[in-house]
Design a protein around this ligand. Structure first.
Ligand code: F6R
Length: 621
């Protein structure tokens, strides 16, 4: 994880670096730091533990730093405590070389031992310090070479010794005005800034560049970039000059505001109707009186769909939960065998059989486990579809096909609108596969697509009714544990509900397929233990009632989130969902559970947008 940024240009670097870091803070907020280089080459480093605001205070938002060239870092701790000592930038003695790093250097222990044996003294517990001390040594050995060639060669030599993933930006004290960068695995995008900021900026993602640069070059694996005020030069892993055309970037990206809401999470919950509408709109067409879906723009034309014999859905966290729901939708509608597996577990599974379409689901498109699964599947010759929200992400660039969710930038760490968009896109994929396989009777495709297109309005109504969940959130605020149960597709919805509650409120929450309660978990139910039951499928209503009764008779306080026709004879508190096609109802069920998590988090005084220990984009395995 972590976010890194670099700038070389005409303007003072401090404020630009601070602004860039603010836009990257979603990648980690354990500590932050900057290194700014003055005209004579001297490198000044300021680091602070905790949120970026601490660094902003210390540097008066960057104004106290003097120099037009610099690098910055916002940290999600992997090696070493989240304190000032371990904060980046890290530097070699006398600040000869300073670097910021995103990723993990897997062989840092061996490198540290080797460098210590050579007399190097480490000041932090980070893996990054091994990289900077190694770079310093490589650079020193190349003294006498022309400056740029020397630094490029030193970076190549350092990169050849590093194992793991990294995006690194570096400053050399004897090369004022130049920022160097190298990457493997972790992303980096660089763009030309104009006007008062004339120069070049580089960052872990384009959000930091938006508004400064109109286009960005995405560095390839192994590539080295050299940025000065006047030029961006690229070199391939062998040190040969490389070229790559810049891609346009959205000027508004990265400028997200809360728009009157107390938190980004609340705002993004309310953006779900738009996220779902924008995701579906490009793919649903009118043919006379009937609607039909066309996914050819995502590389899934009739022939491609007909050749799909099996679907594998993978992702992490909420994206995996969307995959579990997608499995149910695809199996039920298209009758195609379907498997959902956590991306982090994929390396220990057998390669999928021929005819498999692997769908890798990710909001960021950068999650390391999901990216690794995508790469492994591609290496195994499996056709891949990236279902991603970030069009410039590594997954969007590397997958065979891309189906974009159009939720817009998500800032709150807990996903809401991107999850809703994923659920809608998977519903669309299920309908399209079913139509291609001839599984839908006349008019059924139209009815299903109509139901998908009606979801935004239904979501809007539901979002206006948060009062019961606010009250329930207050009532369960002291619970030791909350259990979420559901059957079939609702078990996936329950898992998402439990994840939301634990990450935002820090209340322990666990989800189970309802039938499993009696096989062990019932022993945890005490008087007053909250049990949230999700039931959106009529055919499951009776069995869900039985599961709730088992829990209630042991003293549980049961709350039922019920789809149309699923709450008859239900006892206890019921949250009723508006009517929709039952297979799409779990998307609606997510809303009251998001509200529960949000209000419980607020009631406990948590930073709901940035829960402790987490980061938005998990770029380490
Ligand atoms: C939970 C949440 C995470 C992400 C997971 C995958 O609210 O947001 O569980 O879903 O880290 O992230 P992406 O979708 O970016 O791959």
């Amino acid at each position: 994880m972590c976010g890194i940024v670099g700038y070389a240009g005409a303007a003072q670097a401090g404020p630009l670096l601070l602004e860039g870091l603010a836009r990257l803070e979603y990648r980690g907020y354990d500590a932050a730091g900057v290194a700014v280089q003055g005209d004579a080459g001297q490198i000044a480093i300021v680091r602070e533990a905790g949120r970026l605001e601490n660094l902003a205070k210390k540097t008066d938002c960057g104004l106290l730093l003097d120099g037009c060239c610099g690098i910055g870092h916002t940290r999600w701790a992997t090696h070493g405590a989240p304190d000032k000592r371990n904060a980046h930038p890290h530097a070699s003695p006398g600040n000869r070389v300073a670097i910021v790093h995103n990723g993990i250097i897997a062989n840092h222990r061996a490198l540290r031992a080797e460098l210590e044996a050579e007399g190097c003294v480490f000041l932090s517990e980070t893996d990054t310090e091994a990289a900077v001390l190694l770079l310093d040594r490589c650079y020193a050995r190349l003294a006498g070479k022309p400056p740029r060639a020397r630094a490029v060669q030193a970076l190549m030599e350092m990169a050849a010794r590093l194992e793991g993933s990294y995006a690194i930006c570096a400053l050399f004290a004897d090369q004022p005005g130049a920022v160097y960068a190298v990457r493997r695995g972790s992303p980096l995008a660089a763009g030309r800034c104009s006007g008062a900021q004339a120069g070049y900026m580089i960052a872990s993602d384009v959000h930091a560049l938006a508004g400064y640069a109109e286009a960005a070059v995405f560095l390839a694996d192994g590539e080295i970039a050299v940025m000065t005020r006047d030029a961006l030069r690229l070199y391939d892993a062998a040190g040969k000059p490389a070229a790559r055309p810049p891609e346009p970037i959205d000027a508004d990206a990265g400028c997200a505001k809360k728009g009157g809401y107390a938190h980004f999470m609340l705002k993004e919950m309310h953006e779900q109707p738009r996220a779902v509408r924008d995701t579906l709109a490009p793919f649903i067409l009118r043919d006379g009186d009937l609607l039909h879906a066309d996914l050819s723009a995502a590389g899934l034309d009739e022939a491609a769909l007909l050749s799909v014999c099996r679907v594998l859905l993978t992702g992490c966290g909420s994206a995996f939960h969307a995959g579990l729901a997608g499995r149910a939708m695809i199996e039920r509608l298209a009758g195609i065998p379907c498997e959902a597996e956590l991306a982090s577990e994929w390396p220990s599974r057998l390669p999928p059989p021929e005819g498999t379409l692997a769908v890798v689901i990710s909001q960021s498109g950068e999650t390391a486990d999901s990216l690794a699964a995508l790469r492994l599947l591609r290496a195994q010759g499996v056709r891949t579809l990236a279902l991603v929200n970030a069009p410039h992400s590594a997954m969007a660039r590397e997958a065979d096909r891309v189906l974009l969710t159009r939720a817009g930038q998500e800032i709150a760490v807990a996903t809401t609108k991107a999850y809703a968009a994923q659920m809608a896109a998977l519903g669309l994929l299920a309908v399209r596969l079913a139509a291609a396989k001839g599984r839908l009777a006349h008019g059924r495709e139209h009815a299903l697509l109509r139901a998908l297109l009606d979801l935004p309005e239904t979501l809007k109504c539901l979002l206006g009714e948060g009062e019961s969940m606010k009250r329930i959130a207050r009532e369960i605020g002291d619970a030791q544990s909350v259990f979420f149960i559901g059957r079939g597709i609702d078990a996936a919805a329950a898992m998402e509900g439990a994840l939301k509650l634990k990450e935002v409120s820090y209340i322990h929450a666990q989800a189970y397929p309802a039938g499993e309660l009696k096989h062990g978990t019932l022993s945890l139910i005490e008087r007053g233990t909250p049990v949230i039951a999700v039931c959106t499928q009529r055919e499951q209503a009776e069995r869900m009632r039985a599961s709730m009764a088992e829990a209630a008779s042991r003293g549980a306080r049961c709350i039922l989130i019920a789809g149309e026709g699923c709450a008859e004879e239900a006892e206890g508190e019921v949250i009723r969902l508006p009517g929709t096609e039952p297979l799409f109802a779990p998307l609606l069920a997510a809303v009251p559970m998001q509200q529960l998590a949000y209000y419980a988090g607020c009631a406990r005084g948590n930073d709901v947008d940035r829960p402790r220990n987490l980061a938005k984009s998990v770029t380490v395995e």
